[in-house]
Design a protein around this ligand. Structure first.
Ligand SMILES: Nc1ncnc2c1ncn2[C@@H]1O[C@H](COP(=O)(O)OP(=O)(O)OP(=O)(O)O)[C@@H](O)[C@H]1O
Ligand SMILES: [Mg+2]
Length: 255
């Protein structure tokens, strides 16, 4: 079943600064939706209000028919709406595989030696979590990182792990804040394939990124935010042709 995220007339101020004003946005699980705009446009602020981080806002946000306004971040995550963070979360002294075992429900897992000391029922749960970790590594195309320690990962590989870690909870919509930042060309390729694979399983994607080539190639719909207001929305082709967008976002002179 498709889920839809609806942002209706959302506004947010910090002291005297208007971070968001009257933002309307719909994200469907059937599409990959991107949100772009200059630094300080309000993109991360919009992610924060959607996912329940930070102080109240005006307007209304509804996910899959459920009103999110006023709900806490963990409640929103439990509804299947999950966001990634700029700074990856995890266990640096564990491998990528073992981080995913923990994320997949191998609670309290403390490395391979720990498995031997557990009662039988616990070991079954751990085996299921390990199988899920293998499956996630395969689906994401990062099997080559399985036995690498998280502490030794490059910034780009850390971001890949962060996304895959969030998939362990089987979300219905993922909000990705600048996933391609700090990634090299190969990692961006893996990232694009990963995001397409997630979307193909009917998981909604809303992605913020400053890498326009990546965004325009990946997204079905693109929304442009400027100084807290939506400036334009459309297909990548429409957005790259839009004169307002070119002027404000790309810094081009008006023709
Ligand atoms: N916690 C906060 N307190 C005060 N002002 C804030 C806070 N968070 C954001 N702002 C302000 O709100 C505006 C929008 O910031 P936001 O981080 O959402 O922009 P952004 O589009 O994500 O930018 P970037 O592309 O640089 O990440 C900016 O003017 C910023 O200074
Ligand atoms: Mg931001």
């Amino acid at each position: 079943m498709s889920a839809v995220l609806e942002v209706r007339g959302v506004g947010k101020t910090f002291g005297g600064v208007t971070a968001l004003a009257d933002v309307d946005l719909t994200v469907s699980t059937a599409e990959i939706t991107a949100l772009v705009g200059p630094n300080g446009a309000g993109k991360t602020t919009l992610f924060n209000v959607i996912s329940g981080f930070g102080a109240p806002y005006t307007g209304e946000i509804v996910f899959d028919g459920v009103r999110l306004t006023g709900r806490k971040a963990h409640e929103i995550a439990r509804l299947g709406l999950v966001r990634t963070f700029q700074t990856p979360v995890g266990f640096p002294s564990l491998t990528v595989h073992d981080n995913l075992v923990v994320a997949a429900g191998g609670h309290g897992f403390d490395g391979p030696q720990d498995a031997l000391l557990r009662p039988r029922a616990d070991r079954r749960g751990l085996r299921a979590a390990a199988e899920r970790a293998d499956q996630l590594l395969g689906e994401a195309g990062i099997e080559h990182l399985a036995s690498a320690y998280m502490a030794g990962l490059s910034p780009g590989d850390l971001k890949l792990l962060e996304i895959v870690r969030q998939l362990a909870s089987r979300p219905r919509m993922l909000l990705l804040d600048e996933p391609a930042a700090a990634m090299d060309v190969n990692q961006i390729g893996t990232l694009s394939r990963l995001i397409r694979g997630i979307a193909a399983q009917d998981v909604g994607i809303l992605v913020i990124d400053h890498n326009l080539a990546f965004v325009l190639e990946l997204a079905d719909r693109v929304h442009v935010l400027d100084a807290g207001r939506l400036l334009a929305g459309g297909t990548p082709e429409e957005i790259s042709r839009n004169a307002d967008v070119r002027r404000v976002y790309l810094g081009e002179e008006a023709a």
